[in-house]
Design a protein around this ligand. Structure first.
Ligand SMILES: NC(=O)c1ccc[n+]([C@@H]2O[C@H](COP(=O)([O-])OP(=O)(O)OC[C@H]3O[C@@H](n4cnc5c(N)ncnc54)[C@H](OP(=O)(O)O)[C@@H]3O)[C@@H](O)[C@H]2O)c1
Length: 311
């Protein structure tokens, strides 16, 4: 396993286990998954208050921490707030109001049964946000010892800079979707000043901004295509990509699944992979990819497979 020091005093694995899907697991299966993760050297666990609906995944993870209290101090626990959902789990608003952030964090801690979150992320930009209000909320959470570090998710460069101008804590994480079948983070800069597909700058060059400022990108849903439409591996629509990943992987002793994490890790931005697998064997394959260095040619071969022409 490779490790990063994103914040001072926070030594974290480059592979993060996302817990968005653990509501489908039994308690023993969850115990096995988490123990497998720890045995593989994964120490970073990602949640959000909406996962599973109304905090269900946090509740289940909190029950695990109660069953095995010794695990908490081996873990970096991250959660997110700011998305408001209705009873059918549709996003109906975003809310970065001070009181909303404070209450959401208290609720997260209560469900997890812990006193302090290691990292709190604002989940999706709220265009009605008042940066000074967020700053006040973060100061109160930090002063009360409820949150150690803060970050954002799905932010473009401008919104990140705007918020950072008001908030004194460094916002050193931006969680964004990225993977071989969803690569808009790199599409634009490879096609600057061309008419090729992918040339419009949809992300405000967030990748270069993060590299410039030492912000860690956490790549969510790396095995999915579209907006979490389903896994692309072994999907007939993505046969060529699956085949290329299998071939590149095999030349490094990895499966196609492991080649995905190797592809993300190969980028010099030191991106973290956030997988949401609930399968310990698959997690082991993904972890193996983190330690492998694929070549530049292999990286571009995987990238260009989905009709992504280079200029
Ligand atoms: N910040 C955000 O807005 C945001 C949005 C979405 C997710 N996230 C975070 O990102 C994490 C990962 O998201 P995700 O669960 O969509 O990620 P993912 O790792 O891309 O997908 C995992 C899902 O794909 C299935 N799958 C099937 N074949 C697979 C293969 N060969 N390799 C890997 N998975 C395969 C898994 O099934 P098995 O369980 O059977 O392996 C699981 O259901 C979440 O848990 C959450 O923490 C963040």
């Amino acid at each position: 396993m490779r490790y990063l020091d994103i914040y001072p005093q926070l030594h974290t694995s480059q592979l993060i286990l996302g817990l968005m899907r653990i509501n489908k697991l039994t308690a023993p299966a969850l115990d096995t998954l988490i123990q497998t993760a720890l045995d593989l050297g994964i120490n970073y666990f990602d949640l959000a208050d909406i996962y599973g609906g109304r905090g269900r995944c946090e509740t289940l993870f909190g029950e695990l921490l109660k069953r095995q209290p010794g695990l908490r101090n081996k873990m970096v626990i991250q959660s997110k707030c700011g998305i408001v959902q209705d009873d059918d789990r549709r996003n109906i608003a975003f809310n970065f109001a001070k009181d909303y952030i404070l209450q959401s964090t208290d609720d997260i801690l209560q469900r997890l049964g812990i006193d302090q979150l290691d990292v709190l992320l604002l989940h999706r930009p709220d265009t009605l946000m008042e940066p000074d209000e967020i700053a006040e909320a973060f100061n109160r959470l930090e002063a009360a010892g409820k949150v150690r570090y803060f970050g954002v998710s799905n932010f473009n460069r401008g919104t990140h800079e705007l918020l950072q101008s008001a908030v004194k804590q460094p916002l050193k994480v931006n969680q964004l979707q990225f993977g071989p079948a969803f690569a808009s983070l790199v599409d634009h800069s490879l096609r600057t000043n061309t008419h090729l597909t992918g040339s419009p700058d949809r992300d405000g060059e967030v990748l270069d901004y993060c590299r410039l400022h030492g912000i860690t990108i956490q790549a969510w849903s790396p095995f999915q295509y579209g907006q979490i439409a389903g896994p692309f591996l072994n999907n007939p629509k993505f046969k060529e990509l699956s085949d290329v990943l299998a071939e590149v992987g095999a030349s490094h002793g990895l499966t196609a699944t492991g080649a995905v994490s190797a592809w993300i890790t190969r980028h010099p931005a030191r991106i973290q992979t956030v997988t949401g697998t609930t399968n310990p064997a698959r997690l082991t394959e993904i972890a193996a990819g983190i330690d492998v260095n694929i070549s530049r040619e292999e990286w571009y071969r995987i990238y260009t497979t989905l009709d992504r022409d280079l200029p």
